[in-house]
Design a protein around this ligand. Sequence first.
Ligand SMILES: Cc1cc2nc3c(=O)[nH]c(=O)nc-3n(C[C@H](O)[C@H](O)[C@H](O)COP(=O)(O)OP(=O)(O)OC[C@H]3O[C@@H](n4cnc5c(N)ncnc54)[C@H](O)[C@@H]3O)c2cc1C
Length: 476
Amino acid sequence: MTCHARWGRRKPTAPRDGKWDLVVVGGGNAALCAAITAAEAGASVIILEGAPKPYRGGNSRHTRNFRCMHEAPVSVLTGSYGEDEYFDDLMLVTKGQTDEALARMVIRNSEGCFSWMAAHGVHFQPSLSGTLSLSRTNAFFLGGGKALVNAYYNACEDLGVTVLYEAQVSHVHLEGEHCSHVEVSVAGGPVQRIEGRGFVLASGGFQSDIDWLTRAWGPSAANFLIRGTPYNRGTVLRDMIDQGIETVGDPTQCHCVAIDGRAPKYDGGICTRLDCVPFSVVVNRDAARFYDEGQDTWPKRYAIWGRLVAAEPDQVAFAIIDARSLDLFMPSVFPPIKGATIGELAERLGLDPGRLEATISEFNAACRPGKFHPTELDGLRTEGVAPPKTNWARPIIEPPFYGYALRPGVTFTYLGLKVSDRAQVQRPYGALANVWAAGEIMAGSILGQGYLAGFGMAIGTVFGRIAGKEAAEHVL
Ligand SMILES: Cc1cc2nc3c(=O)[nH]c(=O)nc-3n(C[C@H](O)[C@H](O)[C@H](O)COP(=O)(O)OP(=O)(O)OC[C@H]3O[C@@H](n4cnc5c(N)ncnc54)[C@H](O)[C@@H]3O)c2cc1C
């Protein structure tokens, strides 16, 4: 069924006997998929989005693509990408910490998501240069996640779904196995109750609660940057944990990448990512190298650099390149710092010039002759320097020299609510009767660690639709 034709807009539905059929907590991809599905089944639905309208859509508005199983070329997706290959890719990144049944369910259902998304206003585009390696596996959204989120809000409006913005839910009221209402403050007003027959929790992870992050990670987490929305503070997750709901995932696990140190504290998004590490010498605050920059190709290694930088003093590092490497990677939105000499660059980066000169000289002396190949493991390695650089080890000699500060950028946390294959939220002794969860808040049920590009949106879309369907069947 399609609903994005804007002429068919319904009047907002009202609660029956003071109760909504479905109360959806959150306003990102998972929440919207649940709301649309339930509203299409005839449920009266209210969305409680914690963010103000211009910032609606959580981390979903920063996304670019979703990973989609398909047996043959379809629309922008080339070739085929079957269930087993998709699952093997997942097992590789999670090192086996994956719930196989739930993972395979998401994978199989991802195939049907493509046409469902298109029918609800999402347009796709072919992969562009820099992302061509994903053209077979990941479908890119035309206009990015922001366009996707806007299309889904339009679909919700057409279906008569009511949306409250700046609606911060602080408590999900459980009585035995049932939820009767949530407590919410709208635009900073007094706390009020919103009653419902069913509830979908889709309020993301807890990465934007820096206090919680520092409790899990230690004080250094205060220096982390958060790549997405400041509104995912885990308030609902914490409230559910306090009420004895089962959790999955490790609080100290999060997806964390190295991003441009000039990124804002929150919401810097994809354009603050830096892909220069393989072609750089990376040093810490003391101008010392600390890890093999050329261990593997960037898509395979980029997710480890967030943690590596997090372990260095002041949680900062600096990537140094010369003029020959400037065009070999996707730059961040910020221009690099430039110096005519290594010493001048060091001063501009706030590093000790003598120490950086010594580190670069030692590295240059350890580089061996050979053929440099930027897009494959070229085996061009150093000898006699620790740590080694095992690929792309070219001396840094051609001025001008460039540098970027790197900081850990948290994408999302893994601790979440345990759900069944019907998206029902679990207590230690059985499921809640009328509460479902979708998206990042339950992704730990599937992803124990690591991350596969495009799988976050796949989980949210599949579980959002399941939650909306199950909730509608329960209440109607
Ligand atoms: C920069 C960046 C790029 C990414 N790129 C991709 C990509 O290309 N592909 C991919 O698959 N994944 C990507 N991800 C991961 C992806 O964003 C998430 O997996 C996905 O968006 C999660 O969807 P969600 O609906 O669960 O959460 P979100 O989209 O984050 O939505 C959570 C919602 O809950 C609301 N909320 C939070 N607390 C409350 C509360 N107490 N009361 C009411 N509302 C509340 C928030 O305002 C928000 O609207 C990216 C993430 C980031 C940060």
